[in-house]
Design a protein around this ligand. Sequence first.
Ligand SMILES: [Zn+2]
Length: 475
Amino acid sequence: MKIAIEGCAHGELEIIYNTIFEIEKNSGNKIDLLICCGDFQSTRNNVDLSCMAVPDKYKDMCSFYKYYSGEKIAPVLTIFIGGNHEASNYLQELPYGGWVAPNIYYMGYANVITIGGIRIAGISGIYNGQHLLHGHFEQPPYDSSTMRSVYHIRNLEIFRLKQLSEKIDIFLSHDWPRGITKYGNERELLRRKSFFKDDIDSDSLGNPPCMELLKQHYPTYWFAAHLHCKFAAIVPKNDETKSVTKFLALDKCLPRRKFLQVIDVPHNENIPLELSYDLEWLTILYLTNHLLSVKNSVNYMPGQGGIGRWNYTPTKIEKDNVLKKFNNTLEIPKNFVITAEPFNPQSSQDNFGEVKVYVNKQTTEFCDKLGIDDPAILLQIMSGSYRENKLNDSMNESCSQESELNSESLEVSSTFNDESILDESLDEIALKSPIIKPQINESETTESQENTNSSLGSNTKIFKRRNYSIYNNTI
Ligand SMILES: [Zn+2]
């Protein structure tokens, strides 16, 4: 299959799709997939634009909103990771990935998906040691600090990606793996970009955990963006396999810049070119849900020498159990939904509304199916806004008096240990009032309850609290 790789998109979707159209016309080949390596700028409206960490002069609505509103349809299946210039409030709706528009799929904080049997892993954001060990604590309205830290990568995602054991074909990151310039023509790079010299000399250019991931997995390809120049490198695996990772960074989307590259990757022709979940990744998400934190404090990952489990590479039985949760079908549902109102250029009113993260139905469905938590909901619970928004009649009917509450039915049990990965304030809220997961509609309410009660079990916080002793070494 033909895959087009794009460096930073910077909101220029129309230009990118027009370029692909020209390539298709000139080559006679159809492009099957477009991959963007961050700075995608999926801004739906002015609120999203206000959440993007760029100087005001770069706050341009560009063209994404047309694909979001349905005015235009992405002509080629597009996937992307997040960079450091994003509508972070929108991306926070889809922490495990999801459609930001029809035919445009965001990978989430980290993900592994497949298409035509090709396995694509990715991690969003950029490296900053200051926030690496923290939970995903940021939420809008962002201040100048959280507007930036929100896109800093976290150890949870690195840890999860390190549990993968099966071969990865393509790996995506926004910034470059630390030290990658040593594996390419560094001198020529410095001739074009002399201001990289100090960082290269002090070995501070790029993302250290990404180089660890590269040297653990040796994917066939690693694509990146961020530094706005084209650079290629080959990282050899020093063993008998003689395999290598081909690294390529691309420029941003500007005229006469090298922002697009087409590669031909052999795929399984018996599998349709549609996006699918990766079973190993889903199982890792499920098994490590208890490691999710939304606190602004250090969130350690388990390591060798601890009391309990520290290796979450899934067993076959664990993967089979997760496959059953997905009814043996891993196809990613085409369940895009509009959440915030799209920008309307005809309207004299600038749609500056409340800056918030919507609970996205795509994430709710995914989390209910797998039995894991939506960080956006955990954040709402912590801030108290969840209770205001989501307490509904069904809960009032079933729990008419607080004293009669059955703690087993609560999202957060009052008996839970203080060392919760959530803030103590959460337990206070739980003591005062029932907190339930949001329900989309009646039928889904039933479905999610069935899911939670099924023999396969849920790994959400309810599960976690009942089984705290299993995890206490990991927190
Ligand atoms: Zn960029």
